[in-house]
Design a protein around this ligand. Sequence first.
Ligand code: NAP
Length: 311
Amino acid sequence: MQLNKKSKIFIAGHNGMVGSSVLRHFKRKGYQNLFCKSRKSLNLIDQKKTYSYLKKIKPDFVIIAAAKVGGIFINKEEKAKFIYENIMIQTNLIHSSFLTGVKKLIFLGSSCIYPKYSKQPIKEKYLMTGKLEETNDAYAVAKLAGYKMCEAYNKQYKTNYICLMPTNLYGPNDNYNSKSSHFFPALIKKTHFAIKNEYKMIKIWGDGTPKRELMYVDDLADACEFFLKKKTKHYLINIGSGQEKTILEYCKFIIKKLRVNLKIKLDKKKPNGTPRKKLDLSLAKKYGWKSKYSLNKGFDLTYDDYLKKIS
Ligand SMILES: NC(=O)c1ccc[n+]([C@@H]2O[C@H](COP(=O)([O-])OP(=O)(O)OC[C@H]3O[C@@H](n4cnc5c(N)ncnc54)[C@H](OP(=O)(O)O)[C@@H]3O)[C@@H](O)[C@H]2O)c1
């Protein structure tokens, strides 16, 4: 079955940064049968309830944007929750999708599940070829299980489940919680806070050298629609922007954008995380997909949303 404007699509995790972007995108494109459930009314850790819901709505397509997600601090602190919740959510959704005859499913991995010292740029085939980054190994193992589950179902049951591997994301509805946020929203918040309090300096985690590729979240939403429509031979596809900077350069970029004069202090006692994770995007390009947003434009939209949220 081809994706069309009447297709029934279940977007799991529609209140999160990715899920809300996917929902906005599909609404804007005129899809008429979108299904969403907040965690309060459907906890996806509950196998029975997840299955009953999918059985009731019988979606044609499922996009899994529900997960326990976070930055380096919370990944280290809550490894048990990261492995348990992610395995439960994705297993319940993937298996229930199979039982209820879902035509196509998108599972989201992440560039941080590739080996810590992977060759660069990272090709899809480098997955599971080396040691993981210690700070997020529990999250990575859960995501790898999700990928393997999609692969196994595709092989044994001839399903059409694809795993998109997005790079680091940012955008409206990001998480700015100081314990659980990713590096980019954390930098936005720190800089904004410094301006508001007339500080002269901000402190950033690590030595500033790790390189990160960053993509505006609406590009991922666009990729979800593109790959739901596209017939692909591959079921593991990297999704990124190709735009890469060091953490220190991102910090300077934000300071410049907000037209402020701030010194940057490096907190070298804090972990750096993976040194570099630049995705090889040739496969996505071969299928005809590429990102559209520049960092400049994406930042403006993100910062506007941040200002609205805190006002
Ligand atoms: N953020 C990134 O930089 C990034 C990069 C690469 C890949 N990804 C992938 O993109 C996906 C979404 O990430 P995100 O950044 O959008 O995360 P997010 O903002 O934290 O959103 C996650 C969503 O999942 C929901 N959720 C969590 N546990 C649930 C449960 N037990 N039952 C029902 N819903 C539950 C949350 O609901 P509540 O709102 O109720 O908590 C939230 O809406 C994840 O698979 C992640 O691995 C993200």
